[in-house]
Design a protein around this ligand. Structure first.
Ligand SMILES: Nc1nc2c(ncn2[C@@H]2O[C@H](COP(=O)(O)OP(=O)(O)OP(=O)(O)O)[C@@H](O)[C@H]2O)c(=O)[nH]1
Ligand SMILES: [Mg+2]
Length: 852
């Protein structure tokens, strides 16, 4: 490239550098120095990274097929430049408007561009003489748009003048921290040198050494950011490093903590691209469109603020004014209409109304497409093309080896799945995936709050022999130990409440009895003392109540837990607490398994306390932060020999991953579900017992938990990333449900108000309360709930919902549910539609039409 320039312009020296900014977009940045009589610009050899600092001389990123004689112009700032072809009568209306759009105080004035030659001058003058106010109103003007720099060239083939135009989005920089120490040292302790390994804050660029990083960044709720930067946007130049692991952090954090850090760094709201900085086909995106774009099955790679064009029919995608860089998911409802000049092609050949570039024309030729005349091809996502106005498909662009070769050579994108899947080819692919035992199949486990997802996750770990990590066990221990004190706190609160109630009652009685005998008063005094805690335990009880309020264990109980164990046990044995525990049904907050742990207070508080399997299962949670837990496993047994899925008989070699996410981590309206787009089956867990329970939201509104679960379910199945996913509904806590349904009618939940089991007499003519047509009431109610969810799912997705009944404390039911998920996935993935057997929609069949 440099030698070509020298040949054409003897007075011009140049330096050429590769711009590796985009995977598919290898281009050359050229800095030119013209040393002619009128101009005296002199720039030493420059590195591509310093291009921005060059005050004069044009630095352009140009494609090899689009220039002839460079004419030098001053520039203000360059990051990306875009060649557009214009005729002497200057640009089209749209170009006009766009260039007006770029005018601001930074623009070079007309006088600054006089060196550009008369053609380009008149062109530029005409563009810049348009008033900014004329710009299209429906596209809001970004407040931080940098002005384009322009370079004009003469096209060798057409003699037309080519203007290289730049458009880039500007945005408020994240504040950079000021270094107080020497260059290369740690920003906190000022020790070390530039060779010391450091972790960099993705927002302010501060760098911390091994000793300081945790102190400076704390628990990293938004990933690698200083505590003071939490909530700040990230430095855009670091966007590509988001979610990348760091060697130093790997040593400092546990595997799980590392995973969580990576996860939150990727999903935190503050770290996302502001949608208003992304333009597609000249239209600014909103949050919904950005999520749609980035959660599509094939999203733009390394998306960053900027201007892009997108061909919705074919999925072709590129930076504005440039050749396509990728083929993304087609038919996404983002951006405006594709413009003819979106990629600045100059070939007279059009694809879906866009004039293509010369490189693309080569691809068409390689695919055997006749490009004579001024053809306009309609190209679909599968590569099929037809000529404008014609019905018949003329052929496929992407299924030729030559096309692929040309795409590789010309750095043009190649579709992710170019072969049309039909006939024999499809069967080959099916067979291929069956032997592909390297791949991991992923199940995402999500559920409403306290639906039992952690219990299922832990049960699966125990059942499939997946060891708990040291950290997980420590976390569970900590949860159990702090729960012990939480339960005691709940009991104490209850105790106080009952004490006050009985005081009030005895006062009332005393007033009534004042006129009667004094003997009865003695009895009332005894009643109030039942709920009085022994004075010896007063200080400890006060601390427990404080802990209930603050939730900060180490602050309230600074010594080791073992120090308080005997006090905890003594309190648990106290008569007042016992009397309160007898009324535990009135204490909503008290977990059912409280006595299991309280009975063993001393043992649990010991430092060498060893967890049993039951302890693990009964303990709430799996991670302290409750955000994300993941395990890999293999099924212990293959699918039955007589199974309809022979492909799965070799199954033990396949690996599966179960990922449990707390709904809180999915954000409002499950917006972060897009992170889990590569999941094979979504397991949605609902506790059957939720139907008569309530949750109080942050707004103070109390909502029925079953309706809250329904709401979460709807959000998930409507989410663009999950709308085509297989769903398995897990209805959990069946053991508790069996007990509850006998006492509390299902109609307590308004969604189930039409549950009206027809109770028919048994063979002896007798009516039994707990059996309907010989089906236990709990099963009938379960089926009713399952059908409610199935109907809801069908109405939204037009597809079938699979349902499984689970008791988290029973390993077999958990195994059954996960095995069922495997069958559902296998059926979807590997069995060609024509061979697909009908799988039942529940682990045991539901008669949808039957009366309840
Ligand atoms: N009896 C019984 N208890 C269960 C069952 N499943 C869960 N539990 C209990 O219900 C409580 C909540 O269960 P978790 O597994 O922690 O529920 P979760 O979905 O993780 O809830 P979050 O902490 O909100 O995420 C725990 O005390 C469990 O021991 C079950 O099938 N039967
Ligand atoms: Mg939990």
């Amino acid at each position: 490239m440099a030698s070509i320039l020298k040949k054409w312009l003897p007075g011009v020296s140049s330096s050429v550098s590769k711009d590796n900014d985009d995977d598919h977009d290898l281009e050359y940045s050229i800095a030119m120095i013209y040393d002619g009589p009128d101009l005296n610009y002199s720039i030493p050899e420059i590195s591509p990274f310093k291009i921005d600092q060059i005050p004069i001389a044009s630095v352009a990123s140009i494609s090899s097929d689009q220039f002839s004689v460079p004419i030098i112009q001053p520039i203000v700032k360059t990051s990306h430049t875009t060649p557009i072809r214009v005729s002497n009568s200057v640009s089209s209306g749209n170009d006009d408007k766009e260039d007006r759009f770029f005018q601001n105080e930074q623009n070079p004035t007309n006088s600054e561009i006089t060196e550009s030659g008369s053609n380009s001058q008149s062109l530029f003058s005409e563009i810049s003489s348009c008033r900014e106010g004329d710009f299209k109103n429906d596209t809001p003007r970004p407040t931080h748009v940098k002005r384009p720099s322009n370079v004009t060239f003469r096209d060798p083939e057409s003699d037309a003048i080519v203007v290289v135009r730049e458009r880039s989005v500007d945005y408020p920089e994240s504040p950079k921290v000021e270094r107080t120490g020497k260059k290369g040292t740690c920003y906190r302790c000022h020790k070390g040198s530039r060779f010391t390994e450091k972790v960099v804050c993705i927002s302010c660029d501060a760098k911390y050494c091994h000793n300081c990083v945790i102190r400076a960044m704390g628990s990293m709720p938004e990933g690698r950011k200083c505590i003071t930067c939490i909530g700040n946007r990230i430095d855009e130049s670091k966007r590509r490093t988001l979610g990348k692991s760091s060697r130093m952090l790997k040593h400092l954090l546990s595997e799980l903590q590392m995973k969580q850090m990576i996860y939150v760094e990727k999903i935190s709201e503050a770290n996302q691209i502001p949608p208003e900085l992304v333009y597609v086909n000249n239209e600014r995106l909103n949050r919904k469109q950005l999520v749609l774009l980035s959660s599509s099955s094939n999203p733009p790679k390394k998306l960053k603020p900027g201007f892009y064009w997108y061909d919705k029919a074919s999925g072709l995608w590129g930076k504005e004014g440039k050749k396509p860089s990728q083929i993304i998911s087609p038919q996404l409802d983002v951006g405006g209409d594709l413009k003819e000049d979106a990629s600045n092609g100059n070939t007279n050949v059009f694809i879906n109304n866009r004039e293509i570039t010369k490189k693309e024309r080569l691809i068409l030729k390689a695919a055997g497409v006749a490009c004579e005349g001024k053809p306009n091809f309609w190209v679909n996502a599968d590569g099929s093309y037809r000529e404008e106005g014609q019905k018949n498909i003329k052929g496929y662009i992407w299924n030729k080896t030559a096309t692929k070769l040309f795409c590789l050579v010309l750095s043009l994108p190649w579709p992710p799945n170019p072969v049309p899947l039909h006939g024999e080819e499809r069967v080959d692919i099916v067979t291929q995936s069956c032997v592909d035992n390297e791949k991991i199949y992923r199940f995402l486990l999500v559920g409403s709050v306290k639906s039992g997802t952690s219990t299922i996750f832990k049960q699966a770990k125990l059942h499939y022999d997946v060891p708990f990590s040291y950290n997980e066990l420590q976390n569970i221990k900590l949860v159990i130990q702090s729960n012990l004190y939480t339960c005691l706190g709940i009991l104490l609160e209850g105790c106080e409440k009952f004490h006050e109630e009985s005081l009030l009652q005895s006062r009332k009685r005393r007033m009534v009895n004042d006129s009667t005998s004094s003997a009865e008063n003695t009895g009332n005094t005894i009643e109030t003392t039942v709920y009085s805690i022994s004075p010896r335990l007063k200080a400890f009880s006060d601390s427990l109540i404080k802990y209930r309020v603050s939730g900060n264990f180490s602050e309230i109980f600074p010594a080791a837990t073992s120090e308080y164990a005997s006090l905890a046990e003594e309190l648990w044995r106290d008569a007042a607490i016992r009397a309160t525990y007898d009324r535990r049904n009135e204490l909503e907050m008290l977990p059912r398994n409280a006595s299991y742990f309280l009975d063993r207070a001393v043992e649990i508080s010991k430092t060498d306390y060893e967890l049993s399997e039951t302890d693990i299962l009964y303990a709430e949670g799996i991670t302290l932060s409750d955000s994300l837990a993941s395990m890999e496993f293999s099924f212990s047994k293959p699918i039955d020999e007589d199974s309809v899925f022979p492909e799965l008989r070799q199954d033990p070699s396949f690996r599966y991953q179960l990922i449990r996410v707390h709904p809180r981590s999915l954000g409002e309206n499950c917006k972060w579900l897009e992170m889990f787009e590569d999941m094979d089956v979504a397991l949605f867990c609902v506790a059957l017992t939720d139907y008569d329970e309530y949750t109080v939201e942050s707004t103070g509104v109390s909502t029925n938990k079953m309706l809250a679960a329904k709401h979460l379910f709807e959000n998930m199945i409507r989410h663009p990333t999950f709308k085509d996913k297989k769903f398995l509904l897990i209805l959990s806590k069946f053991d508790l449900f069996e007990e509850k349904i006998e006492l509390v009618p299902l109609t307590k939940c308004e969604w189930f108000s039409d549950f009206n089991p027809v109770i028919t007499p048994n063979q002896n003519g007798a009516y039994t309360s707990n059996k309907i047509n010989n089906t236990p009431l709990a099963h009938r109610a379960f089926q009713f709930i399952a059908v409610k969810f199935k109907k809801l799912f069908k109405s939204v997705t037009k597809r079938k919902l699979f349902v499984s009944l689970v008791t988290g404390l029973e390993p077999d039911t958990v195994d059954e549910a996960l095995s069922y998920a495997r069958v559902i996935m296998a059926c979807e993935k590997w069995i060609p539609p024509s061979f697909k057997p009908e799988i039942t929609s529940t682990t045991f069949e539901i008669e949808e039409a039957s009366s309840f």
